[in-house]
Design a protein around this ligand. Structure first.
Ligand SMILES: [Zn+2]
Length: 331
């Protein structure tokens, strides 16, 4: 139900459990953003900073803790593997790259209950934000040979919201329609395992820095358990604000949806797709190729939404990931 409830939250107030950072002499907002794998824009929005150059020593900033994990080259590989690179540690909601070469042989990867074929030499994977922290086996198979390694999944604290929905709101929810819409989205996102389209960090798809709900915030409804989370970033902006493609790709869906309103899905290769919901106007067509910075639509409040905003999400193999790191250095 999480996707459906997600649309109702604009007008609700909540408190976010955040990690904080105390500004040290000589530090810039850019350096701090890098340290936490986030963006200057995200920190500005989080801390209501109109001027990123006006920091004072000792100032306490709120940051989302997202420790970056560098990819490591594994050694002592059995034939036919000649190169395997991947991070040893990832956090919930993070996307990461597995690079593998097996002397020209096809490679299959098993990870957390799913199997993937490596096209070329790169595979992008992601950790579901609700995946239990701990060690998980990643197995590579090629030409009858198998190699296993353990990937550590760490917890990301992105805050919690306890929401109360009234009966009228609850009555608008239609689980069957919601499920069908999500399944369609997932099949589009998982279908595209072609070559990666982006060669640089992604651009923010909108000029607004007013984030009303961040990615990954855990949610409880009417006193229930914290079983769901927000799958993208909500940027509040006036009706009609321009929405741009954050990276090159091909439009796979551009039409009104029940929950998500006027929606666009762009495929970016390697099992990556991006979604833009609640638009007032769609300015692209399915099959259309787009480049970074192309105008694709206008902000609105269509579908199940309480006010004009852009919900932006990036899925990897169907799993919604934190968009923030993509702006700084795409996985
Ligand atoms: Zn949203």
């Amino acid at each position: 139900m999480r996707r459906l409830f997600a649309a109702f939250l604009l007008s609700l107030t909540f408190s976010i459990a955040q990690t904080t950072h105390t500004v040290q002499p000589g530090e810039t907002l850019y350096q701090i953003a890098q340290q936490y794998s986030t963006t200057v824009e995200a920190l500005q929005a989080l801390n209501n900073l109109s001027n990123p150059n006006q920091l004072s020593v000792g100032q306490v900033l709120e940051v989302s803790a997202q420790p970056a994990s560098a990819a490591q080259r594994l050694t002592n590989l059995p034939a036919p593997f000649i190169l395997v690179r991947l991070p040893s540690k990832v956090i919930q909601g993070q996307a990461f790259r597995v690079r593998v070469e097996a002397a020209g042989n096809p490679v299959e990867v098993s990870f957390i209950g799913a199997n993937y074929k490596v096209e070329g030499r790169d595979l992008l994977l992601a950790i579901d934000p609700l995946q239990k922290p701990g060690g998980y086996t990643l197995e590579l198979r090629s030409a009858g040979s198998s190699y296993k390694t353990t990937l550590e999944v760490a917890e990301a604290n992105r805050g919690r919201q306890a929401l109360q929905l009234d009966q009228k709101t609850l009555s608008l929810l239609q689980p069957k329609k919601e499920r069908a819409e999500l399944n369609r989205l997932l099949s589009i996102c998982q279908a595209d395992q072609g070559p990666q389209t982006w060669a640089a960090p992604w651009k923010k798809p909108i000029s607004s820095n007013r984030i009303t709900t961040n990615y990954g915030m855990r949610r409880s409804y009417n006193g229930g358990p914290y079983r769901t989370y927000h799958e993208g970033i909500d940027y509040a902006a006036p009706q009609g604000t321009k929405v741009f493609a954050p990276a090159p790709g091909v439009v796979a869906l551009a039409e009104p949806l029940f929950v998500r309103g006027n929606g666009i899905v762009i495929q970016h290769g390697l099992g990556v797709c991006s979604g833009y919901w609640h638009l007032s106007k769609i300015l692209v067509k399915p099959g259309q190729r787009v480049n970074t910075g192309d105008l694709i639509g206008l902000v609105g409040t269509t579908g199940l939404s309480t006010g004009p905003h852009l919900h932006f999400e990036i899925r990897v193999q169907g799993i919604p990931t934190d968009p923030d790191p993509w702006y700084l250095r795409a996985p």
